[in-house]
Design a protein around this ligand. Structure first.
Ligand code: CUA
Length: 333
């Protein structure tokens, strides 16, 4: 009965700790993340055992009987102390070497880069992620932002760099942290073994909105990934009605065009996220807000209220123009 009551409690605790979410190093979703989680558990287990041994010795020294009187008693005590110290030093060396070897083995495994990997160039910006799928054929390259899709069971090599300051790429369920450094490229291979959407976070303080620099990685079945890729490769949808057409004109004649790209239109700036398929993304402002017309309108009008310090400037628009613009952006599937 008690056990039956304890189980939901345990479940609650693990849920609270986030160990079962898709944002947890202890819930690995791929072989590489599994290797890191195993290493973490090994270190925790060894540290726990060492801690318990140290505490046991502490208690033992506090409560053991005092030394016997006389020269013989002292000599025997010294001999015993030396034996304990020697055993302690030997055990410490063995433990440290074991952990170092285990760590080295995992590092070696993580540094292996498969030749058939899909290459994604990930560029950090204050405060969003530019995602570019590399391909030998330029017509097959595609750009998006903040929401990455990859196929399951295929190694993906992320080439990491930054446009401004140092950021850090971190998907707890899939990989350890890796820095994005201006003028330098790092690489990190990720393999997702099961479909799902995994959340990530910039893990290096990069300014005011560091905490609002989120990203998602969706691992798709190969055919779903290919469908997504083909859809993203296409140019932006043409405005389907007068409102959307008006919205496109507003976009092209306001400051939006100075920072954003919409493929198939004159907008080709790369300061902010590519908006060609904005409506296919679940959030705006790097995971800050759900992608709804109302949030888009607020974001265009007063980005500094929603994300103070973000590089997006406010754009004052008459209500009708704003409504037309959000209709147009909402049509960019
Ligand atoms: Cu980018 Cu913190």
């Amino acid at each position: 009965m008690r056990r039956a009551r304890a189980f939901p409690l345990l479940l609650l605790v693990t849920q609270l700790l986030g160990c079962t979410s898709n944002h947890a190093a202890l819930n690995p979703a791929g072989p590489r993340a599994q290797a890191i989680a195993n290493l973490l558990l090994l270190f925790c287990a060894v540290s726990t055992v060492v801690y318990l041994i140290v505490i046991a010795f502490l208690v033992w020294t506090l409560y053991r009987r005092g030394p016997r009187e006389g020269v013989e008693g002292t000599a025997r005590r010294d001999q015993k102390s030396w034996r304990i110290i020697t055993a302690g030093v030997a055990l410490t060396i063995v433990v440290l070497i074991t952990l170092a070897v285990a760590d080295f083995a995992v590092q070696r495994r993580l540094s292996a880069h498969p030749a058939d990997a899909l290459r994604i160039v990930l560029t950090g910006h204050q405060y969003w992620w530019e995602v570019e799928y590399d391909d030998a054929n330029p017509s097959q390259r595609l750009r998006t932002a903040n929401e990455i899709h990859i196929p399951v069971d295929r190694p993906v090599e992320f080439v990491l760099t930054s446009r401004d300051v140092i950021h850090s790429f971190w998907l707890p369920s899939l990989m350890g942290k890796k820095d994005l450094i201006p003028g330098y490229t790092n690489t990190e291979v990720v393999i997702a073994a099961r479909p799902g959407t995994f959340t990530g976070q910039c893990a290096e303080f990069c300014g005011l909105q560091h905490a609002q620099m989120r990203l998602t990685l969706t691992a798709d079945k190969p055919q779903d990934f290919e469908r997504w890729r083909q859809q993203q490769l296409g140019e932006a949808a043409m405005p389907a009605d007068d409102t959307a057409r008006r919205g496109q004109q507003v976009f092209m004649s306001s400051t939006c065009i100075l920072c954003h790209t919409i493929q198939g239109t004159p907008a080709g700036a790369t300061v902010g996220p590519d908006l060609t398929h904005l409506a296919s993304r679940g959030t705006i402002a790097a995971g800050t807000l759900p992608n709804t017309p109302a949030n888009l309108a607020s974001w265009i009008l007063e980005p500094q209220r929603l994300k103070p310090g973000a590089m997006m400037p406010a754009t004052a628009l008459p209500p009708q123009d704003l409504a037309a613009l959000t209709t147009y952006l909402g049509s960019l599937q």
